[in-house]
Design a protein around this ligand. Structure first.
Ligand code: IFM
Length: 463
């Protein structure tokens, strides 16, 4: 079977500022929540590796972009670090950050690699977090100001802008299931953060449109498609609830311009509604994006609850469903998550049928594997499992495109092994292996395979 993709398909990779740049003392960067948390809650990070030590892209961006060129990438996503550009989040601009991002963007363009620039990838400046982060409505305006500054500084050379990466996560991981600073568990506070993130997105889109910049603006969503254990009404209801709280709660205000009625009704019933001010719903209703990124890693399987959920911290969405451990499911044991490539087809069909077949691309997909050095032969990681993973996901994506999905590209997470939010460098995702001691990069077998895919604009399956 041959899988050919359209001309000008985006073949690229994604990373983020905090995960790849490193802190680099003396260059004017302000502290963000990751700089703070990885030092002050160091035990929460695998091997105690802090955000200071991430992959040194700040120093090595030129050589790294050459590496991207070497494997033929035509597009490359990273984010701007808010606290590098505006150290306290809302004040003076750091000129060294302007020089750095100018240099990165110019180098990408010089190499013929389209920069995809995201504004917020989980990295709240600490000075603003001290004021409550996105729980504080003032931070919405600080974000809109930061977005406008980015467009004014770099908008003449960046055609593809994204307001947020995975906008649900800062609310969910910071305020509900605590994995990110400030490690809070409170549904109501999470809902407030999420509402303010939605508003921040809307205001950042409005600022971009006001400036009349050539290009497109979008957002990057993390989609975990939900599958019920069975067709029994209780299981179907459980799946609907999981989808409502963890997908539709963010996708619908952004993509359809309003929160789902069912969600509002439940939050009213349980007294969990966030404060929504006059004008907010109109702003949401009037905001539209041009381009959607979707990050896909795993499905969510659920069933009707068999036991009552204990809720020491109050209301939790899990009172309506619980995880279903499907017998025989295929696992990535390094991360403890299921591998299910067919979901990419289902996601594409949801975008087509529910969201008006909006232009979209796979903005992240990948497999994090621990102890990859065990697969090293003559200095190269033989990551055949990653090649297999890519082939399977790409073949479902291809089928979706044959069936009418408006998908424009595929970005792999990630380019060079990067730091993760809790696991630091435990699980490796990159096309290039990073040696933590020497910071040397070496191309994995999958990187070579991807190069050939890009050259041929597709691949041939042996089967
Ligand atoms: O590292 C993260 C990234 O920041 C957001 N999406 C998932 C990746 C892998 O866990």
């Amino acid at each position: 079977m041959k899988y050919r993709f359209p001309e000008n398909f985006w073949w690229g990779t994604a990373t983020s500022a905090t995960q790849s740049e490193g802190h680099q003392a003396g260059h004017g960067k302000g502290e963000n929540i990751w700089d703070y948390a990885s030092h002050n809650f160091n035990e929460r990070f695998f091997g105690g590796v802090t955000a200071d030590d991430t992959s040194t892209f700040y120093q090595n961006y030129r050589e790294d972009i050459q590496r991207a060129k070497d494997i033929g990438l035509n597009s490359f996503r990273t984010s701007i670090s808010w606290s590098r550009l505006i150290p306290d989040g809302d004040g003076e601009i750091n000129p060294q950050a302007v020089d750095f991002y100018n240099a990165v963007i110019d180098e990408l363009n010089t190499q013929g690699i389209e920069p995809f620039i995201n504004l917020y990838h989980f990295d709240m400046p600490m000075a603003l977090q001290e004021k409550g982060g996105f729980e504080n409505r003032e931070v919405v305006d600080a974000f809109a100001r930061y977005a406008r500054i980015c467009y004014e500084l770099f908008g003449d050379r960046v055609r593809y802008w994204f307001t947020f990466n995975e906008p649900l996560i800062p609310a969910e991981a910071g305020y509900l299931h605590p994995r990110h600073y400030p490690y809070v568990t409170s549904f109501r506070r999470a809902a407030q953060v999420l509402h303010h993130i939605v508003l921040a997105h809307c205001k950042a889109v409005a600022a971009w449109r006001e400036l009349n910049i050539a290009g497109q603006i979008g957002i990057i969503m993390d989609v975990i498609p939900v599958y019920p254990r069975s067709d029994a009404p209780e299981d179907l209801h459980a799946a609907e609830m999981a989808d409502l709280f963890y997908t539709r709660s963010i996708n619908e205000p952004i993509l359809l311009g309003r929160y789902p009625d069912e969600l509002i009704a439940i939050l009213k019933e349980y007294d969990q509604l966030p404060v929504i001010q006059p004008g907010d719903c109109e702003l949401i209703a009037n905001t539209r994006i041009d381009l959607l990124g979707i990050n896909y890693y795993r499905p969510r399987r659920v069933k009707a609850r068999e036991t009552l959920l204990e809720e020491p911290h109050g209301f939790m969405p899990e009172r309506f469903f619980e995880e279903y451990i499907m017998p025989g499911r295929r696992m990535n044991t390094s991360r403890g998550i299921e591998i299910y490539p067919a979901a990419l087809y289902d996601i594409a069909m949801v975008v087509k049928d529910r969201y008006g077949n909006l232009p979209w691309f796979v903005s992240e997909n990948g497999i994090g594997i621990s102890d990859e050095e065990q697969f090293m032969v003559n200095g190269q990681v033989q990551d055949d499992y990653r090649i297999e993973f890519l082939k399977e996901h790409l073949s479902y994506l291809h089928q979706a495109m044959v069936d009418g999905s408006n998908c424009l590209g595929y970005h792999m997470w990630t380019f060079i092994d990067c730091w993760s939010w809790q696991n630091a460098y435990k699980n490796r995702y990159g096309f290039y292996r990073l040696d933590l001691e020497t910071q040397q990069r070496s191309l994995k077998k999958s990187g070579l395979w991807f190069k050939a895919v890009i050259e041929n604009n597709g691949f041939e399956e042996a089967k």
